[in-house]
Design a protein around this ligand. Structure first.
Ligand SMILES: O=C(O)CCC(=O)C(=O)O
Length: 277
């Protein structure tokens, strides 16, 4: 399910109430929503120009960490990455607030990049069960926001997702199989082979909001260029880590009020941490 913002929504930087209702119900019931091309091209180009050399240095120091020729990398909390259209995008925040409550927090500021030559990941879910002893579906409590820095096509390794209910599977299915292990309660990788999936083709600057529990995998990048998704995690106020993202005091003080709320439990008053530190 994808939404094109109307001219009026773009001008007002606010979703039509009906659009907000549809987006929130898609995340709750189907696991995700995609807003096409929200950030403008110049902004994305600027972010990409800053990202690429940092990523190259990260790989040369640390190597790949999420499969062959692919890596997760934390982002330094500095411009141009902390543009308000990234960290507290008004359209994304309306949907996130509706689902997680207005006191939600952002606790993860990072990226995923399959490089040329990357392979399929195992289908996985990013979380362990919240209550392993309970076999009941729980409402959303943690959402991932992805923003691609390039147009995502069949060639360059789109994120593949299993919408339609995997995020609410009660069989202790929210178990990370990225390491090749098999979930003893439900063989996610085998089950997924016979289930409906979608590859998220989208223009650079789109915004995906997905339930962190929804099954997904990275696919092979067969192009000659990297495919980066920015990745942030927003949680209900009571869930998840915190005090990881290092934010200098003057950076924090200069953030828009909404962003100050979102990052309120992080390491404020600490120097920017580069991903290899
Ligand atoms: O953006 C991608 O390719 C997916 C990455 C991913 O799901 C992971 O590494 O856990």
């Amino acid at each position: 399910m994808r939404i094109q913002l109307t001219e009026q929504e773009r001008a007002e930087r606010k979703l039509h109430p009906e659009t907000l209702a549809i987006a929130a119900e898609q995340v709750r019931a189907n696991g995700y929503i995609l807003f096409e091309k929200v950030l403008d091209e110049d902004k994305i180009k600027t972010i990409r120009a800053a990202f690429d050399p940092i990523f190259d240095e990260y790989i040369s120091r640390k190597g790949y960490n999420t499969g062959t020729n692919r890596a997760q990398m934390h982002l330094p909390f500095m411009q141009p990455f902390i543009d308000e259209d990234v960290i507290c995008n008004p359209f994304a925040m309306e949907v996130i607030d509706e689902i997680l409550g207005k006191d939600n927090r952002c606790t993860y500021f990072a990226s995923d990049t399959p490089m040329p030559g990357s392979d399929y990941q195992n289908v996985h879910c990013d979380l362990m069960p919240l209550f392993p002893e309970l076999a009941v579906p729980l409402p959303p409590f943690s959402l991932v926001v992805n923003i691609p820095l390039v147009d995502v096509t069949e060639e360059n390794g789109p994120l593949e997702i299993w919408p339609g209910g995997t995020h609410q599977n009660p069989d202790r299915a929210n178990h990370d199989t990225l390491d090749g292990s098999v979930n003893p309660h439900l063989h996610i990788v085998r089950a997924a082979e016979h289930m409906y999936s979608e590859k998220l083709y989208m223009p650079a600057g789109s915004i995906v909001i997905r339930d962190i529990r929804m099954w997904h995998r990275g696919t092979p990048n067969r192009s000659n260029d990297r495919r980066t998704n920015l990745a942030m995690i927003f949680n209900r106020s009571w869930y998840g880590g915190g005090s990881y993202i290092q934010i200098p005091q003057e950076t924090y003080d200069a953030l828009p009020a909404r962003a100050r709320e979102l990052f309120r439990t992080e390491r404020i008053g600490w120097p920017v941490r580069m991903p290899w530190e």
